[in-house]
Design a protein around this ligand. Structure first.
Ligand code: G6P
Length: 460
């Protein structure tokens, strides 16, 4: 098919706008992993991207309607602040995201009160606004690739307005098991599943998430729509270009100086409760306790980037992470040695430099749709580094034979895994590291786009 018949719908747009010091509008690539993966695939194709404005600069730059940018048509929606907050902060990020990641602390949360019911209407309104925009912008017979849990209801909006469209939904999160979905009010769960079942196909990163989704549909609706599985590959070309850049070289030298020839454990995450950062530090603490000879000989560098700072759970989790890092440093640190180095500011070049250098990469999420860091690390690493990977990450499907698997809740077992990663023989390290690299780079990013199109019998 011709790229101009392709429409992407996602909360975030392919570009975001800011004002420079002179007040002029400046364009940069939109934030988040989804944009980093999808935008390079569709730039230059003439495809249309429908997204939501996330700042005043976005609103000003796109007030005139569709913007042409990087070979894309970008329709940026100016959604009123209350509707957006209800849809994004409350339903997408505080309700659906927590349900799909099985993260609610059930004795306390969620409290589904009148405010949440109102927010559900906001979520429906947000999906309607997107639905109208896609209906307005999509060429005849277009393929619409809808990304993530923000837009679960979009097909219900479009099916009647534009029956000519081929509609695909792709979840970047896990999907809730039926008993977790049942935490939501029955009517929301039904609308959510009916909304998703109105797509011609629904895609997931892991067979497990597709299975959970089908179980929910069968239990609530009595039938499930077609599903497909396509694990997102890392953007290897972009990563390699960054690894070769001057900025990355500078950051790498800084890391080398701070590590000072010790062994290096790395983690790179958004500061999110799903990432299990606190238990990672507790496992490291256990390791230093049980292996005194490692004290002073290893550094754990954690790069935990700000995420959703408007949500109280995230603010509280950030404080827990900082306290857990400080506890390890207070217990074991010396004048010459900080066991944990925690960075909480966003610096992509520095993360890439760390991924090139790790001896062990800890990726231990409680539950995660994919966790691309595991694959990015495996693709970039130059030190025969070993990936310690949660069996609850979508990436486990592809890396189970090429990493050390952990139960993310088991701190002792995570310490065992870190110990094994740091002490295994060089031949075994080389074997695991090479296997992880080839599993992570076996498919190109294009195959992921091709899989979404193939789900509705199309190809670019
Ligand atoms: C999480 C989810 C992704 C989602 C992203 C959106 O990381 O796992 O599926 O795409 O959040 O993040 P944003 O910053 O755009 O809300």
């Amino acid at each position: 098919m011709d790229g101009s018949r392709l429409v992407i719908a996602a909360n975030r747009g392919p570009v975001s706008f800011t004002r420079d010091s002179s007040g002029a509008l400046v364009t940069k690539r939109g934030g988040g992993g989804l944009v980093a993966s999808m935008a390079p695939l569709v730039e230059g194709t003439g495809a249309t991207w429908v997204g939501a404005a996330m700042s005043d600069a976005d609103r000003e730059a796109t007030a005139g309607g569709v913007v042409e940018t990087s070979g894309l048509r970008y329709r940026c929606l100016d959604i009123d602040a209350d509707t957006y907050r209800m849809a994004y902060d409350v339903i997408a990020n505080s309700a659906l995201w927590f349900v799909h990641h099985h993260l609610f602390d059930l004795p306390r949360r969620p409290v589904i009160d009148r405010g949440w019911y109102e927010a559900w209407e906001g979520y429906r309104a947000y999906n309607q606004i997107f639905g109208q925009a896609v209906a307005d912008e999509a060429p005849d017979g277009a393929v619409v690739l809808v990304q993530d849990y923000h837009l679960s209801l979009l097909a219900s909006e479009l099916a009647a307005k534009r029956p000519d469209l081929k509609l695909v939904h792709f979840h970047h999160t896990p999907f809730a098991e039926p008993e977790w979905l049942s935490v939501l009010p029955d009517e929301w769960a039904r609308q959510l599943l009916e909304g998703l079942a109105a797509f011609h196909a629904c895609g997931f990163h892991s067979v497990r998430w597709a299975r959970s989704f089908r179980s929910c549909c069968e239990e609530v609706l009595g039938h499930a729509p077609p599903t497909f599985v396509s694990g997102l590959p890392p953007a290897v070309d972009d990563l390699d270009a960054m690894a070769a850049s001057e900025a990355c070289g500078t950051e790498g030298s800084r890391i080398d100086a701070a590590v000072g020839g010790r062994r290096l454990i790395v983690r790179v995450d958004r500061m999110e409760p799903s990432k299990n950062i606190v238990r990672g530090f507790q496992a490291y603490d256990e390791l230093l306790y049980r292996r005194p000879e490692l004290r002073g000989q290893v550094v754990f560098m954690a790069f935990c980037y700000p995420s959703r700072e408007a949500l109280s759970e995230y603010v509280a989790y950030n404080a827990d992470v900082e306290a857990a890092a400080a506890a390890v440093n207070d217990r074991w640190g010396t004048v010459q040695w900080s066991p944990v180095v925690l960075h909480t500011d966003d610096n992509f070049a520095r993360s890439v430099a760390a991924l090139v250098r790790y001896d062990a990469l800890l990726v231990n999420p409680v539950r995660d749709g994919m966790n691309l860091v595991a694959k990015e690390g495996a693709a970039l690493n130059q030190r025969d580094g070993v990936v310690v990977l949660s069996r609850q990450a979508g990436a486990w499907d592809e890396l189970s034979e090429a990493s050390i698997g952990v139960n993310p809740f088991d701190v002792k077992a995570t310490a065992d895994a870190l110990e094994l990663a740091l002490t295994m023989g060089s031949e075994e390290r080389r074997r695991l590291s090479a296997a992880a690299r080839s599993a992570s780079t076996a498919r190109s990013l294009h195959t992921w786009l091709d899989d979404q199109l193939a789900a509705v019998g199309e190809s670019l």
